[in-house]
Each structure stands twice: as C-alpha cells, then as structure tokens.
Ligand binder design. Structure first.
Ligand code: NAD
Length: 248
C-alpha cells in the first residue's frame, strides 16, 4: 500500500510507534521517525529495517515532541526537502497519572505539552507542505481516555480529548486540499506505558475487555496504516476506537 510513499512518525522507537514504523516499512514506505532519548535503540531499529527492506529509506531523529525548536529542526532538516510527504502519524505521548486533587501543575503541563501542544507544533510544521502538494493523510494517536475519560488521568484525558477536537477541526480546514485527518483511540495496549500498572489494575481492566486480552501494538499499527491508506480515502475527521470491546 505504501511503496514509494514518504511517512513521518513521532515516537517511533518503541511500543505502538515502533509497530507503526515496522508496519509502514513492511508495506513499502520510506520512514522518518522521531524518538526522545535512546540513540542506541533508534539506531538499531533503522539498521534492522534497512537490512530487512533494502532499497527503502529509514531515518531516526532525536526530537523532543514538546520542544518546538526540535520539531522545527526535524521538519526543516528531514521532511521539507522531500518531493512529497504522504503521511504524518502523531504518536508520541506520555502519562503522568494522579488524582486531580493532588496533581501538580508540572504533571499537568508536561502531559499537555507533549501530547497536545507537541501534536499542534508538528502538524503545523508539515501543514503548508501538504497544502501545497494538495494531498496527505494525518493520523493522531489519541486514547479511549480522551473519548470516555479515566479517573487518575485528567491531564492525559484532556490532552487526548483535545487531540480529537483538533482532528475534527483541522479535517474541516483542509478537506478541500485533499488532506485527510483522523484519530485513533487505542484501549489497553501491552507496551511500556502499561507495564508498571499493578496486577490488580490490569486484572480489573482485562475483566472489562470483551475480547479478554490486552491489545498488541500491532493491532494499533494495522488500524493506523488503514487510516493512512487509500483504502480510507473517503474517511476524514473521524476517531476510530481500537479496544477489543473495552467500552462496549
Ligand atoms: P510507550 O511509552 O511505549 O511509547 C511512547 C513513545 O513516545 C516512545 O517512543 C517515546 O520515546 C515517545 N515519546 C514520549 N515522549 C516523547 C517526547 N517528548 N518526544 C518524542 N517522543 C516522545 O507508549 P505507547 O503505549 O507505545 O504509546 C504510544 C501512543 O499511544 C501514545 O500517544 C499513548 O498515549 C497512546 N496510547 C497508548 C495506550 C496503551 O495502552 N499503551 C492506550 C491509548 C493510547
């Protein structure tokens, strides 16, 4: 589906982002992905992908999604010069959980800065390019917490809910330019983000999931590549919930 296409993914070195990068690669894409801190992991991933998919291009760029200068440099140095940018996936995200009564302003701000403002900054950088080329697909990784809320995550839910509002509004601004903007709301996915939950918390959530299993990063990557592909050519401004029946 993506042979010869250029794809940018934020937070691509591990978890869901890594699976997204791998899925685009397996479908023929050239991929530029960002990561926050672990140079070695990112370098190893690009080397493995280049060996597995010779002829395709893979670049990892250290870029803090919450730092506007980093994001601007990522665009200027790696994406702006491409003849065409076909897909942007805003995946980078963090949690800083706590009940609202005790949440510090730092906990609030760090999550909003990375999960919401970071997406604004990244998307704004690529937008003019997509508008001039009159094509492109943007996929924002939100969360079921952004759709339904979650106790202990007012910061995260506000950011992820904001992302859905941004998706709907931006899709209206750019639909006439042949640019599609969609969001994806994963449920409970087996990654580092969920690994430090207590066994009891995990068991409670698993009990609520219709399919009785955690989602795998690949479940999300499959849905992201679908939304970014021509198979979703008539879909824009939507939020696809991928949760194994958690919120049924
Ligand atoms: P993860 O912690 O395994 O990975 C997060 C990724 O984001 C990493 O690659 C990390 O380097 C990157 N990242 C974090 N802060 C960054 C920053 N400031 N700059 C650049 N990159 C940064 O988590 P994950 O589960 O793979 O999460 C991926 C996305 O999916 C996030 O947006 C998360 O909110 C969302 N999500 C996850 C779940 C879940 O259950 N795991 C559920 C719903 C939504």
């Amino acid at each position: 589906m993506f042979k010869g296409k250029n794809v940018a993914v934020t937070g691509g070195s591990r978890g869901i982002g890594r699976a997204i990068v791998a899925e685009f690669a397996s479908q023929g894409a050239d991929v530029w992905f960002t990561y926050r801190s672990n140079d070695e992991v990112a370098r190893t991933l690009t080397r493995e992908l280049a060996e597995k998919y010779p002829g395709q291009h893979f670049t990892a760029v250290r870029c803090d999604a919450a730092n506007a200068d980093d994001v601007r440099a990522f665009f200027d140095e790696h994406l702006d010069g491409l003849e065409q940018l076909d897909v942007l996936v805003n995946n980078a995200g963090i949690t800083q959980d706590g009940l609202m009564a005790a949440m510090t302003l730092d906990q609030w701000s760090s999550v909003i800065d990375t999960n919401l403002t970071g997406v604004f900054t990244m998307t704004q950088q690529v937008l003019m390019k997509l508008m001039l080329q009159r094509s492109g697909a943007i996929v924002n990784v939100s969360s079921v917490a952004g759709v339904y809320g979650n106790a202990g995550q007012v910061n995260y839910a506000a950011a992820k809910s904001g992302l859905i509002g941004m998706t709907k509004s931006l899709s209206k601004e750019v639909v006439s330019r042949n640019i599609r903007v969609n969001a994806l709301a994963p449920g409970f996915i087996d990654t580092d983000m969920t690994s430090d939950m207590t066994e009891k918390a995990k068991k409670d959530i698993l009990g609520k999931i219709g399919m009785k299993r955690m989602g795998m990063a690949a479940d999300i990557a499959n849905a992201v590549t679908f939304l970014a592909s021509d198979r979703a050519a008539y879909i824009t401004g939507q939020t696809l919930v991928v949760d194994g029946g958690l919120v049924l």
